[in-house]
Design a protein around this ligand. Structure first.
Ligand code: 13P
Ligand code: SF4
Length: 323
């Protein structure tokens, strides 16, 4: 079965070599290119490794690269630096942030943790979704990603109160599937929050028998209208096991490129937002092929982590990887 051509992925780069040539050149220069699945298709093709947040963190920790060019958003590059301190980490665009990371400032989190400690008579364990700054990672006890959040929460003793930051939708889903009553920070992904459940239901009616997969960053109404709630790596695993199936995909639009590339035997339809036909992360989109190529050649801009945050932030990440 052919795939519908709904991928927004192929940019038309100007004065940039072909992806294979970029990757070859980077290899020669000792630079490892990592890309998140929400990157433009051209950038995914340039990468030595494409993955979800968890796979990228593990990959960065295990590779003994002298330099990493991270095509993703800032917190991901920061994570790579924390897990591989001896590597220099470059990003195509320093402004590639994340609405979740910016919703939770370290000072606000510290104040809230103190408030909860007074109110509950004991300090809650703080679990932070990896989509947060190094400052927040340094203040929390353990990190999780969408790929391991359930296991991380289940690893915390039942009698222990938990504060979950910064994604209220992922936190709400975790409360449902683990039976916990975690206290949730009020943050959201500005991309996933815009998915429209009405349009999703209309698409489901148009494609009887389709399977709807949505990311846990989606609001409850969208999750409830889905057959499976999965992180991006989980989505990929699921579609690879199917043949000739139609999937409605409730996550960032470039994920379709990855799914079509790795499991072309199915059809993928992006779940639309309330006011647009696609759901592209504006922060991920700041990384263009031109900026990637310039970043490799200039070896910059470079991501650094303030010395006082380094060890506590790294420790929170390592507790996750040790699970
Ligand atoms: P995963 O890579 O864990 O699926 O998360 C998606 C995301 O929003 C990253 O910013
Ligand atoms: Fe952040 Fe959402 Fe973009 Fe992911 S898709 S980087 S959570 S704004």
């Amino acid at each position: 079965m052919t795939s519908v051509s709904t991928s927004p992925s192929q940019a038309a780069p100007v004065d940039v070599p072909e992806p294979a040539e970029i990757r070859r050149w980077a290899t020669e220069q000792g630079i490892l290119i990592l890309a998140h699945s929400y990157q433009d298709g051209f950038i995914q093709e340039c990468a030595h490794f494409v993955g979800d947040s968890l796979e990228l963190a593990r990959y960065a920790a295990e590779e003994d690269a002298e330099a990493i060019c991270f095509a993703g958003v800032h917190f991901m590059a920061e994570t790579a630096k924390l897990l591989n301190p001896s590597a220099r980490v470059f990003v195509p665009d320093m402004e590639a942030g994340c609405s979740l990371a910016s919703s939770c400032k370290g000072a606000d989190l510290a104040t809230y943790q103190q408030h909860l400690e007074q109110k509950l008579g004991k300090r809650p364990v703080t679990v932070a979704y990896i989509n947060c700054t190094a400052e927040v990672k340094a203040l929390c006890d353990i990190i999780c990603t969408s790929g391991n959040a359930r296991e991380v929460v289940d690893s915390i003793p039942q009698d222990q109160p938990i504060l979950f930051v910064p994604d209220m939708h992922l936190g709400g889903w975790l409360n449902e599937v683990t039976g916990r009553e975690m206290i949730l920070w009020n943050g959201a992904c500005q991309v996933h929050e815009l998915f429209s459940v009405d349009t999703l239901r209309a698409l489901q009616a148009e494609h009887p028998g389709c399977i709807t997969i949505s990311h846990p960053e989606c609001p409850k109404a969208v999750r409830d209208a889905s057959d499976h709630v999965l992180g991006t790596a989980g989505m990929l695993r699921m579609v690879k096991q199917q043949e000739g199936q139609t999937f409605l995909v409730g996550t960032e639009g470039n994920m379709i490129y990855r799914l079509e590339r790795e499991a072309p035997q199915n059809t993928y339809i992006p779940a639309p937002g309330a006011s647009c036909a696609c759901n592209l992360c504006p922060f991920m989109a700041l990384n263009t092929p031109e900026k990637l190529w310039a970043c490799l050649q200039e070896r910059g801009p470079e991501v650094t982590v303030p010395a006082e945050l380094f060890e506590p932030a790294r420790a929170s990440l390592q507790r996750m990887l040790a699970l």
